[in-house]
Structure formats: C-alpha cells, structure tokens
Unconditional design. Structure first.
Length: 255
C-alpha cells in the first residue's frame, strides 16, 4: 500500500512575551503532546490550540503498518526555543505490537536520537543497545492511536494493553464515554468518545535518551487524555484534548 502524506499547516500567530514567559516549558510540553496525540492514520488537517492560539505545524506519513510524524513549532515560540522533532513507529498490523521505533529530537540547542527494535528471539525491546523484556504485542502511544483508528468499541473498551513507554513498562486502556455529535466546520460528525488511561506497570525498565517534551508528559499520571473518533467512514480522529498542569490543549479536524 502506498504511503499517504498529509501536512498540517497552522496559522502563524504571535504570542505575547509575558504569556511565553509565564508558561515556558509547560507550554512546549502541552503543544507537543497534543500535536502528536491528534495525528493518526488517514488523518487530514488539524488545528492545534493553546488558549485559543494555533502554534505548531505537524506533518505525517502513514501506511498500513507504520506512522511517521514531524512536529515543528512556529511563531514566537519557534524564534525563542525552536522544536523540530521526528517520530517513527513500525508495528505489526494485527497485534499493533512495536517492531521498530525511532525518534530524532531537536529542541533549542538540545539534540539526540533514539533507536528501538523489537527482538523476537528474546522477546525484548532494544533501546540503543539497552535490552528490556516485553511481550510481542507491546504498544507505544503511536500504535495506540493506530489501534483506536481501526478497532471497534467492542474491541477496545476497558481492555488493558501492554505498553512500553521510553523503556518503562506501562499499560493502557480506552474507556468508551459514549457517542457525541461534534460540529466541525459547520458539519455534524457522530463520534465515539474515549478516555485514554496510561499507568505504570511492574517490570524491568531502562533509562533512555534523548528526552523530549512529548514523551516526558504524555504518559503522566496527571494528564487526562480524550479522543473523539469518527464512527463511520475513515474513522478519523476528529478531536483530541489533553489536560495537564491546569491547562487544556484542543485539536480539531480541519476540512
């Protein structure tokens, strides 16, 4: 299946200096959390809002078993502390288990790369030559987004999935909160509404680098993650929110 390439072009707005100074690292964290959180297989364009202000560009390439995401800040944030991060995950198309995961991080003057491969013989994840035991169906945040785009409420609701997040064992589940009708660009869309729970689990772990705003916060026990998925058609993610540090970031589909 050929890859589809999509680009999310967000209107450039100028943030007030005092707003930037007030929110600083938390702002970056929230922006990148929702930027990656909302894009998915067969996605189109989204607008990401922080207190009503769009401040990030996202582009994504996807195929039946892989997801590649590029996030880049813009506006005043980009001029003061630019972020240019790339994430790639290849996964099993049946179990959604990780097969290969990489990220390339460029945040301000900080740079680094992570390479992770699933080793089937020993059932381990190899993070930059550091081994951690896992299971064949182990997920990460990107495979979870692919899963919610393909599977039904019956397949997802309340089920715990094994997850490894940056070398640390976790588990994740989708909780179906009902059906909502969302108004997107004056069009009503019927959506399945989920909350995504992520929590640490027992097991061995390794400490990996580089760190980045997205992976440092998306699995936080303080974060409330919600997703609205189109019931029919392409099963696109129509809306996503992440609430953390007392601030809610919202992403909505643009058509």
């Amino acid at each position: 299946m050929p890859c589809r390439i999509y680009h999310l072009n967000i209107e450039n707005r100028i943030l007030l200096p005092e707003f930037y100074l007030s929110f600083k690292l938390h702002s970056y964290s929230l922006v990148l959390i929702i930027s990656v959180f909302c894009v998915r297989l067969f996605a189109e364009d989204y607008r990401i809002y922080l207190l009503g202000i769009p401040i990030v560009n996202v582009s994504m390439e996807s195929s039946v078993n892989s997801l590649s995401i590029h996030t880049e800040t813009l506006g005043l944030i980009h001029s003061i502390w630019p972020v240019d991060n790339h994430y790639f995950t290849q996964y099993d198309s049946i179990s959604f288990g990780i097969r290969h995961y990489t990220k390339s991080i460029h945040q301000g003057s900080y740079k680094g790369e992570l390479n992770c491969t699933f080793e089937p013989n020993g059932s381990q994840l190899n993070y930059n030559s550091q081994m951690v035991a896992t299971v064949d169906s182990v997920q990460n945040i990107f495979t979870l987004l692919a899963r919610v785009s393909y599977q039904s409420v019956e397949d997802l609701d309340t089920k715990w999935f094994p997850m490894n997040h940056e070398g640390v064992p976790h588990r994740a589940r989708f909780l179906w909160a009902g059906t909502d009708t969302l108004d997107i660009n004056n069009a009503d869309m019927i959506c399945d509404h989920y909350r995504l729970d992520i929590e640490k689990a027992k097991g061995e772990s390794v400490q990996v680098t580089p760190w980045d705003y997205f992976t440092d916060h998306i699995a936080s026990s303080e974060a409330i993650r919600q997703i609205w998925v189109e019931q029919n058609g392409k099963r696109r993610i129509i809306k996503a929110t992440v609430s953390i540090y007392g601030v809610t970031i919202t992403a909505k589909l643009r058509e």
